[in-house]
Design a protein around this ligand. Structure first.
Ligand code: QAP
Ligand code: CO
Length: 176
C-alpha cells in the first residue's frame, strides 16, 4: 500500500519518534508499505515520520553505482531504533528530501559513522557507514529527532530556501 507523504511545513515532521518494542507482523507490513512508498516516489531513504508514524524506523535503498539510478531490493536496509556509536570527519553533499520536494542544497555531515540498530525481527545489528550511506543514515536519523535537512543549512542557503519556497507557494496559488 502506498502511504501519503507528509511534507514541509507540516508540524508532524517536528515530532520526536519513539523506539519500537514489538517486532510483529504489523511492523513488517508497515516496513513493506514504506518500501513501496519510497520506490513509487523515487526516494532512496524514508523515515516513518514522513508517512505519519512517529516510530524509530527508517529505510534506505541506495542506487546501484553501475547503471543510471536503478535500485535493488537486495540492498534494502531496514534500520530500527538506531544509535550512533561513533562519528568521524566532515563531508558536504547536496541533499534532497521527499518531505521537501524539489529543493536540493549542500549540507555538512559526519564523513563516517557507526550505528547499532535492530532489524525487522528485533535482532541487534551494527554497521559502519561512509560516503552516501553515512549521509543517508544521518539524514534519516535527523527525521527521527524531528529535524529536517533545511534546518542544517548555512544562513545564506536557508534564506535561499525560504525565498524559493515562497515563490513555489505563489505559483501554486496563481496556477503558475
Ligand atoms: C535522503 O532523500 C537522502 O525533492 C533521501 O522531488 C538525501 O530520497 C539520502 C526526492 C541525500 C542521501 C543523500 C526528493 C524525490 C527524494 C525530491 C530522498 C523529489 C523527489 C529524496
Ligand atoms: Co528526508
Amino acid at each position: 500500500m502506498i502511504l501519503p507523504i507528509v511534507t514541509y511545513p507540516d508540524k508532524r515532521l517536528k515530532v520526536v519518534s519513539t523506539p519500537v518494542s514489538e517486532f510483529n507482523a504489523e511492523l513488517h507490513t508497515f516496513l513493506d508499505d514504506m518500501y513501496e512508498t519510497m520506490i513509487q516516489t523515487n526516494g532512496i531513504g524514508l523515515a516513518a515520520i514522513q508517512v505519519d508514524r512517529a516510530i524509530d524506523v527508517l529505510i534506505i535503498n541506495l542506487p546501484n553505482d553501475d547503471e543510471e539510478g536503478t535500485q535493488d531490493k537486495a540492498n534494502l536496509l531496514e534500520i530500527i531504533n538506531p544509535t550512533i556509536t561513533y562519528s568521524e570527519g566532515t563531508t558536504v553533499y547536496q541533499e534532497g528530501c521527499l518531505s521537501v520536494p524539489k529543493f536540493y542544497e549542500d549540507v555538512e555531515r559526519f564523513e563516517k559513522i557507526g550505528i547499532t540498530y535492530h532489524d525487522r525481527h528485533g535482532n541487534e545489528c551494527s554497521l559502519d557507514a561512509e560516503e552516501l550511506l553515512s549521509i543517508a543514515i544521518q539524514h534519516e536519523i535527523d527525521h527521527l529527532d524531528g529535524k529536517l535537512f533545511i534546518e542544517r543549512l548555512s544562513y545564506g542557503r536557508r534564506k535561499k530556501f525560504e525565498k524559493e519556497y515562497k515563490r513555489m507557494q505563489k505559483e501554486k496559488k496563481t496556477g503558475k
